[in-house]
Design a protein around this ligand. Sequence first.
Ligand SMILES: [Zn+2]
Length: 358
Amino acid sequence: MALKDVLGQDRPIEILKKSLRADRLSHAYLFVGEEGIGKAFTAINLAKALNCEKKGDFLEHGLYGDEEIDSCDNCSSCIEIDKGIHPDVLVIKPESDRKKEIDQKKEGNKKKESDEIKIEQIRMAQERFSLRALRGRRKVMIIDNAHTMNISSANALLKTLEEPTEGTIIILISSVPSLLPETILSRCQRIPFGLLRKEVIEGFLISRGLKKDEAYLAASLSDGRIGRALRREEVMTLEGRDNFLTLFNSVKEPFFNISPLTEGIAKGEEERLGEVFDWGEIWFRDIVVFKVTGNYDLLINQDKKKEIKDISERLSLNQLQDSFRVIYETAKFIKLRANKHLALDVMMIRLVETLVEN
Ligand SMILES: [Zn+2]
């Protein structure tokens, strides 16, 4: 993969290419935008473009075309950056993010990892980056989920931003830049990434072998986030759906019956909780899709046709959209480490208001 493979982010890519062509990159960037839209993918591929061996000395030869400034994706530098073992390209992220990646490959290892980027991680990176580039031309430090830096990490990083080393580029990535200190924000060139158009995601999924209908649905459910569309390709458990439907069916209950349910779900595993929201979004999408099209074939919850039809007749589009938003926002709060039980209770109160009291 290379910069040319970044989907649907024409503006940010054009800004970066322009700087690459002129060999005038900022020493610090802040890639901002929702999760799952290609920010980290772009950062890695920018690092590859900067260090690719095959491009050689294109500047000396006066070649400035799109192809010349992009990476070849084949040389040892490109391959090492993809594998995360290039000595001059470093990706820093909270331990919990790395743990998720490992857990996807291997079950077990339930040790609680930190949600923060710790000062030791920043110090280690600074130590490595105080030397000249070992192999490549540019050293690239990518800080993913930069808003998870704690105060001491952010302060440590600030030093590097204030006194940049020649040839070093720092790329901060964040979906919630407002959580970063102003001192850091003001030292980075901000590059906004937008949500992807549905057709772009649909086309991509078809190119990965999905049938047109499946690609259409996954794209519709992705809300413009390619990462989410890809995740939806993975298996989701019916247990997650049961948890969500138990909540959904309890909105008419008195609140003292609801709270023990939310408490139970809040105490469960993080992944299971994420799944409850994913199913919640799918559930309301199914109802909306059926309300608009009346077509059972487009439903994901094929075994719940009658229920979906009944609910779609009972609820207005506004109510459904509001419910969808409530679930999406709660998922986002919890990612920002809000109290899970409280967030779920608030979600249920808002759902009751939306679904029952209107
Ligand atoms: Zn290369």
